[in-house]
Write a protein that binds this ligand. Structure first.
Ligand code: AKG
Ligand code: FE2
Length: 369
């Protein structure tokens, strides 16, 4: 089913509503899912009652942007890993992360470490991904040891460990080449990344009300208001919101407007981040970035981090992204260990020696059966 979020004419919405109502009833009655076609099975498995109710009650004009889930600031705030003093988050920093949904900037890389990196990133932008066979800014760490080594730098991983625990994996990276004179990246949020195809989430936390994934966002260029630095709506990681289909802003290929309150919008905060610094945020916190009004690219990269007990793309051969187009085959993809040990072994994994050398991995470890 194509769930590309546009407002469709009524004659198209009516049969979609009929089909979804049928699937909702099928799920509610607990009928066998194994006999369903793949797409319908995925929807039955991964859409909860709230998801069905939202899209049906709105007449296919609104839907949750991702799997609904809720987060409450923990009563007791304490680090989940013991790290050396230089990387320790203060109680106020931890509290501010749990209250706002983001924290930083922190220093990670010296000007020397950033030197030429911009040029290397711009060069890789021109080439096709060896992992996926087409041009994409995703997961270039599989073929760029310098990027991988930066991703696992202790200034980053030691801080993340205090929020997610000692054993950490990354399952995706992305380079953000924000071209000169380009529009904003509109307000968005994500929980389990069902948002990509509206059928299967990418990640499967045991408990969605936990803090189960973080985004680390590293500025390669100085970022500021003029070139579109990151901005956030503090505290909005408390809940996944609905989108209204259609709208005037664009998020890649999509066409939607995320719903949030006037008060939340008034609290928006922009965070300038200098080259070599990074931010940590919950992808569940509503965020985006303003337009780049300058004559230069605004370069940054991010990575998505999970504890080792979260499975990624279990039993999946490929995924589709409605926003970026394309079909991403997963045969050369895997999670990579950033810190600690992976005792769970839930996902395909790229071993460290494959990430340390040039060129895409030829060895991918299989998850435990
Ligand atoms: O780089 C940007 O402007 C957006 C980044 C973003 O949305 C993310 O890292 O999740
Ligand atoms: Fe994002």
């Amino acid at each position: 089913m194509n769930m590309s979020p546009k407002v469709r004419p009524l004659w198209q919405r009516l049969p979609i509503m009929g089909g979804l109502a049928g699937l909702w009833a099928y799920k509610a009655l607990g009928l066998p899912r194994s006999i369903l076609p793949r797409d319908f099975k995925a929807i039955c498995n991964n859409w909860d009652h709230e998801t069905f109710a939202m899209i049906l009650k709105s007449g296919v004009k609104r839907a949750y942007i991702d799997q609904p889930c809720y987060f409450e600031t923990p009563k007791k705030i304490e680090p989940k890993a013991d790290v050396s003093t230089e990387y320790r988050l203060s109680h106020d920093q931890l509290k501010s992360f749990y209250t706002n949904g983001f924290v930083g900037p922190f220093d990670a890389f010296s000007p020397g470490q950033m030197q030429n990196f911009r040029e290397e990133l711009l060069a890789i932008e021109e080439t096709d991904s060896e992992t996926y066979g087409f041009n994409t800014p995703r997961d270039r760490h599989f073929e760029m040891p310098r990027l991988w080594n930066y991703m696992k730098t202790p200034a980053i991983t030691e801080r993340i460990a205090q929020i997610l625990g000692p054993d950490l994996l990354t399952w995706r990276s992305q380079i953000f080449f924000k071209p000169p004179h380009s529009p904003s990246i509109q307000w968005h949020q994500a929980s389990t990344f069902l948002v990509e195809d509206y059928q299967d989430p990418a990640i499967f936390p045991a408990d969605k009300s936990e803090m189960f994934q973080l985004t680390v966002w590293v500025a390669v260029d100085d970022t500021h208001h003029e070139n579109g630095c990151m901005r956030f709506l503090p505290g909005t990681h408390n809940a996944i919101r609905p989108i209204r289909f259609g709208g005037d802003e664009g998020f890649y290929e999509a066409d939607f407007t995320l719903e949030f309150s006037k008060e939340e919008e008034e609290n928006a905060i922009e965070i300038p981040v200098k080259s070599g610094q990074f931010l940590i945020f919950a992808e569940r916190c509503i965020h985006g970035s303003g337009p780049n009004t300058t004559d230069r690219h605004r370069l940054a990269f991010n990575m998505r981090v999970i504890p080792t007990d979260v499975a990624v793309y279990p039993n999946k051969k490929y995924y589709r992204s409605v926003y970026n187009g394309g079909k991403y085959h997963l045969d050369k993809w895997g999670v990579a260990l950033l810190r600690g040990e992976d005792h769970h072994n839930l996902s395909r994994t790229i071993p460290p020696h494959e990430l340390e050398r040039e060129g895409v991995a030829t060895e991918v470890l299989r998850p435990a059966a």
